[in-house]
Design a protein around this ligand. Sequence first.
Ligand SMILES: [Zn+2]
Length: 409
Amino acid sequence: MGKTVSTWLKNGRLYDVTAGRFQDGDIEIQGERIASVGGRAPKDAGAIDLEGAWLLPGFIDCHVHLCVKTETADVSGLWNNSLPGEVAIYAARAARRTLMAGITTARDVGGWDYHEIAVREAIDAGWIEGPRLFCSGRILTITSSSTPYYRGMYEECDGPVAVQHGARLQLAKGANFIKLLATGAVTSTKYERSDAIQFRLEEIEAAVAIATDNFTYVAAHAHADSGIRNCVQAGCRSIEHGSFGTRETFELMKAKGTWLVPTLCTTPAMFRDEKFAAKVQPHIRARYQEVNATRVANMKLAREIGVNVAMGTDSGTPGNHAGDNMQEVEVMVQAAGFSPAEAMRAATLGAATMMGQEGQLGSLETGKLADIIALRANPLEDISALRSVDFVMKGGRVYKQDGQPTVFV
Ligand SMILES: [Zn+2]
């Protein structure tokens, strides 16, 4: 898999995530880390010339499902009759596509029979190419009509004791954190409502206790307002979706420092291809249409209130393909009122901070891991410049250059 790059990236413009602006300068890489930022490469130094490129920290997608087949419109039978190994191979492909899009770190918030954990380990071992992965294993859920849709993804556990067991089981399987369903989902059976409570407060508290015991945290799927409040009160680190959140709830999130992961691109991703969308189960298609305006309005409200936001795509929902991850940053800017700098911060330093990785990831700073991407155009002027990632470095190793994947032997 190639040797470690120990060199300079020169003649680019470097993005300061905190200041929200670019400045001229070079970056020195030693091993897997950034050794200096903003100086000039010595004439005789080994260097990659990125003349005129716009350099940013590698982006972070806080909400992906690498194991879910996004080309399947009808989710009622995902991976039924699949071959042994098929899911893991699919997830490995999804991981590579994600990295090539400029996502150097991703949080998998619901895998499939732990294939994604195997993918994480294979990436870390250098067998395959993909982002740094933080995985939840299976999603903890109440007894649910939707479990047959997601046999490899859901872990049913009712009551605090069963939730404790479910959380411990995920950690024992190699999970980095715990994911649970505090409310119903949108991509679910017709018997399930996204505005209904699922886990109750004491069950969520049980999961948070086990996560805290193990130096980690809980990410909570929550659409219904009262479900979001339960999660905030219980001490969950992040609210995924947050669709029906009210002003009072967002103010509570702000006061408690709870993070919001909006996943705004799910509806546009499903409807980009009308023929594809027509094959989605009618009740799910209708829900995606119905929830969209509310979700956009509420994410605007959360932004205005000043809730901490981390970028997440929900890549894995129908039509929401791995490798299209930057579409979420675009939607945040184009539909939900985020400035390009705000959206890019949510996808870099914000995301890193939410995951407790701000000392390692999320900005171009000396001592951090050398996760760096380069664009051909300035994303502050046109956010869709993020769709043309020309160069990808992760941990000091180049995975893409001149827009082309690097071939390792
Ligand atoms: Zn999801």
